[in-house]
Design a protein around this ligand. Structure first.
Ligand code: AMP
Ligand code: ZN
Length: 114
């Protein structure tokens, strides 16, 4: 997907503040952070929506969560707590059509979310 923002970040055509990278995914600091820690965990393959995933993506989706946990530990928000968010489609608040897991922490989260 040539015109996808997160594919462009993956190809380093758009700069980002990288927090983690391996062969399957990368993670970078959100440009408009909603908490002291706000990192996006993004698969390198283009998948537009979480609704588009299936059993074949199981290990990739699990890997996203494990890397979020690792980053939470590195950022020292693991004991205080953190939130993982996957937005899907317009009502879910998705603005970039390439799946990404939000890691949010460093402050007390409200419930229900807005
Ligand atoms: P969502 O609304 O769930 O699709 O999340 C998309 C996120 O991407 C938002 O939190 C944006 O602030 C973030 N974002 C958009 N453009 C960039 C960028 N160039 N670098 C880092 N984060 C971005
Ligand atoms: Zn993409």
């Amino acid at each position: 997907m040539n015109d996808c923002l997160f594919c462009k970040i993956n190809r380093k055509q758009i700069p980002s503040s990288i927090a983690y990278e391996d062969e399957k995914l990368f993670a970078f600091h959100d440009i408009n952070p909603q908490a002291p820690v706000h990192i996006l965990i993004v698969p390198k393959i283009h998948i537009a929506k979480i609704y588009d995933t299936n059993q074949s993506h199981s290990s990739l989706l699990a890997h996203m969560i494990f890397i979020a946990n690792k980053l939470a530990q590195e950022k020292e928000i693991d004991q205080g707590g953190y939130r993982l968010v996957l937005n899907c489609n317009a009502d879910g608040g998705q603005s970039v059509d390439h799946i990404h897991l939000h890691l949010l922490g460093g402050r007390v989260m409200k419930w229900p979310p807005g």
